[in-house]
Design a protein around this ligand. Sequence first.
Ligand SMILES: *Cc1c(COP(=O)(O)O)cnc(C)c1O
Length: 285
Amino acid sequence: MNSSPISKINLDGRTFFVKRDDLIDPYLAGNKYRKLYTLLQTPKDKFNKIISYGGTQSNAMLAISAMCKDKGWEFVYYTKPISKIQKELEYGNYYHSKKLGMNHIEIDNELYRNFIASLRINLNEKVFLIDQGGAVKSAKDGVKVLADEIREANLRTRTIATPSGTGTTALYLAFALPEYKVYTTPAIGDIEYLKEQMSALHKIPNNLVILEPCKKYHFAKPYPEFLDIYEKLLKTGIEFDLLYACGMWKCLLEQTNEEILYVHSGGVSGNESMLKRYSQKGMRT
Ligand SMILES: *Cc1c(COP(=O)(O)O)cnc(C)c1O
């Protein structure tokens, strides 16, 4: 694949650059493409089945579904039980993943934890397990490709920003680009939790700066201030996701002042269902 393009936008009187990983593919885009990079390079006959687990709004779930369809691999995805209403929705990541052939299996709440732990024990060489959020060890190699593209673009800015879920992307990006400063912020849990997740992968490098959100946000809940930022960003001509990007942009606008390259991590496919929730809550007209 060619290097993803870089756009220049103006926001609140500041210039930002945006690394357009959202444009890589409608389903397999953003940092999920980078994290699955090594698997995507793997010959089809190496595996016949991919197993993963997590939430049914997950961008990783959709990206894995698209990959498996392309490779002809069976994709089994385990979640806690979900409502009949959600199963019948004809939009959102779950709907699209099912259309791409995902085999969804619900596990009772009480059994879930142990069941997920047992997945690891029952693998064979044709079955590959991807942990929640697309967390694979080889993510490091895919993020390295992203880092090389950023370095080759040779922008004058030496500051990068990208939001964190598991922190895999931000961590490996900082690791691969020691001459840059990398900002991130937790979209899931708090800074302590994020640091714990990151430390499990690698020692946190000094050039990674974790910004503290100005208040506690719950993941995937609608907040009017996120919608404001989403709409303001939309006016620049680029759509960003509502779950991760808006919190990151809020921190950048409030806590930084330098010129920044924002790495667009995709996830726009989840906006349709999220925007409907904003409407249902009366936050959007
Ligand atoms: C998955 C995802 C993230 C979080 O990435 P991590 O590597 O888990 O930190 C951020 N933004 C978007 C849009 C995502 O889909």
